[in-house]
Design a protein around this ligand. Structure first.
Ligand SMILES: Nc1nc2c(c(=O)[nH]1)N=C([C@H](O)[C@@H](O)CO)CN2
Length: 126
């Protein structure tokens, strides 16, 4: 299965478990790997036949604007549900980093994978 990549996408959102975090925006950095079959799009050179990474990035910022979660876990889980539903993504890996959240760490965060990949079919040996 082929994979579309989005790396180090930054979005501003209200996120945090502590009171002082409820009234400020903080930046999250996201990495996404989205499974899809790119062959039809490549054969026809047609954006409609693949996952439009620009549209997905725009939707992620809309999602971040519309929600105010306490935990990065909730942000990641709900965003993955949103993207899988709206873009018919069968499998994704999502990393969410919160830069500067902890002293002496460049960032903290998590990685989740959701969905399933099709079985790999082996070519028969000659
Ligand atoms: N596993 C998590 N631990 C913590 C989170 C979180 O979202 N998931 N959040 C915080 C605070 O909001 C922190 O980022 C503020 O610096 C603490 N631990």
């Amino acid at each position: 299965m082929d994979r579309i990549l989005i790396e180090a996408l930054t979005v501003d959102t209200v996120i945090g478990a502590y009171d002082w975090e409820r009234s400020i925006q903080q930046t999250l950095s996201l990495d996404l790997t989205l499974a899809t079959d790119i062959r039809a799009a490549a054969a026809t050179d047609d954006l409609q036949l693949t996952l439009d990474y620009a549209a997905i990035c725009q939707r992620i910022q809309q999602f971040a604007d519309a929600h105010q979660f306490a935990l990065v876990e909730t942000f990641a889980e709900r965003l993955s549900e949103c993207l899988r539903t709206e873009f018919s993504i069968t499998w994704l890996r999502l990393r969410v980093r919160k830069p500067g959240a902890v002293p002496n760490a460049a960032s903290v965060g998590l990685e989740i994978t959701r969905g399933s990949l099709p079985e790999v079919t082996q070519e028969p040996r000659a």
